[in-house]
Write a protein that binds this ligand. Structure first.
Ligand code: PLP
Length: 396
């Protein structure tokens, strides 16, 4: 007797994959052949395209888009330009990536972490108000998973207390609030990420967006060593190419033209990418309905959700620990992740501020039960069905 043939193994479905097309590749090759590989014409074009994507080709509202080599850099530049420094406090959510908070520490200011709304997993505005002290200078909301934080309430609060608002929009391209894209709201600055697994990617990269002309000017200078003219200016302008002035000890945060070449074409596909993500998220919702899972919150009717992440939470009574659940999915050839291990659990943040898990009950509860399932544009409905089948089996 011969054993029945084993079915061919499905390839591993990774947690995230970028979608890079031939146009991106050709544009990168063009940058390489041009001889201009650092910040130059393609970065300028990417900035201009990005501004027009958010706003309108006419730019009546005076939006500035400043390309940087990471969102972390952009957040740092925004807070620096707003004058955040020692003695100041900045309020943000504990349920985020450490980059949101670390930039506050770069400047010698302190971070006040607050808990999330368990329904949206976004920062709880009531708790933000309770955390305000005379030292508070700014609020940094994060649009978790691509769903907008409650910006009308946060902006009203900030206005009432005279606080700055810097949005961490690393997940939020494209996301809307009241029909307006994140990046065009009334905050002081908004920062997007083009890290490898974000909704559009340049490998590494970010964009700082603001309507504050002084903030924009400061960020442009601090992006490149505190020099008042960048290399592209100096080598293409008619005034002497060698002359510049250093006006501050700036940073090395400029985006390369190689990266911007990717961004130019990724940006053109951003709305199509988002539609594919909506389709996949809806397919997950349908396939996972009725299981002992809390499915991710939806955006209000008429609003765009960027769907950077599809995060489910194991319901009480699911009968399996989250870690074991992730192992079972891995054994079924499916990559998962967790967003995030809350900041209050990491040694640095815990010890610096003496934080206890009990102080952030909603973040803690969500963290212990949450799993980010694969969600990216190269997936199809068959992939969603495969993940859903594995989820079902893991819960059985
Ligand atoms: C990815 C991410 C960042 C950092 O983005 P980089 O471009 O890698 O610096 C910041 N905040 C959040 C919420 C993120 O997901």
């Amino acid at each position: 007797m011969t054993a029945p043939p084993t079915p061919p193994e499905l390839p591993f479905l990774p947690f995230a994959l970028p979608e890079i097309g031939e146009e991106e590749i050709a544009e990168v090759v063009d940058a390489l052949r041009s001889g201009w590989v650092t910040t130059g014409p393609k970065t300028r074009r990417f900035e201009e395209d990005f501004r027009a994507f958010l706003d309108a080709p006419t730019n009546e509202t005076g939006l500035h888009a400043i390309a940087v080599n990471s969102a972390t850099a952009g957040l740092h530049l925004a807070l620096e330009a707003l004058g955040i420094g020692p003695g100041d406090e900045v309020i943000t959510t504990t349920h985020t990536f450490t980059a949101t908070a670390e930039v506050v520490r770069y400047l010698g200011a302190d971070v006040k972490l607050v808990d999330i709304d368990p329904a949206t997993l976004n920062i709880d505005v009531g708790l933000v108000e309770a955390a305000i002290t005379p030292r508070t200078k700014a609020i940094m909301p994060v649009h978790y998973a691509g769903l907008a934080a409650d910006m009308p309430a946060l902006l009203a609060l900030a206005r009432r207390y005279g606080l700055k608002v810097v949005e961490d929009a690393a997940h939020a391209l494209p996301t809307t609030v009241g029909g307006r894209l994140v990046g065009t709201l009334d905050s002081d600055a908004t920062v997007f990420s083009f890290y490898a697994n974000k909704t559009i990617t340049t490998g590494e990269g970010g964009m700082l967006v603001t309507r504050d002309a002084a903030l924009a000017q400061r960020a442009r200078i601090m992006r490149l060593h505190g020099m008042n003219r960048d290399a592209f200016d100096r080598f293409t302008a008619k005034v002497p190419s060698w002359y510049y002035e250093v006006v501050a000890p700036g940073f090395k945060y400029n985006l390369t033209d190689i990266a911007a070449a990717l961004g130019i074409h990724q940006l053109r596909r951003a709305h199509d990418f988002q539609k594919q993500r909506v389709l996949l998220a809806a397919a997950y919702d349908e396939a996972l309905a009725g299981l002992p899972l809390v499915l991710p919150p939806r955006a209000p009717a008429g609003e765009l959700h960027a769907w950077h992440l599809y995060v489910v939470r194991l319901a009480d009574g699911a009968g399996i620990h989250r870690d074991r659940f992730i192992e079972r999915l891995f054994d079924a050839g499916i990559g998962c992740s967790v967003h995030y291990i809350p900041l209050h659990l990491h040694p640095y943040w815990r010890d610096r501020y003496g934080l206890k898990p009990g102080a952030f009950p909603h973040s803690q509860h969500a963290y212990e039960r949450m799993v980010s399932l694969p969600l990216y544009t190269r997936m199809g409905l068959a992939d969603v069905a495969r993940v859903a089948k594995a989820v079902r089996a893991a819960l059985a």
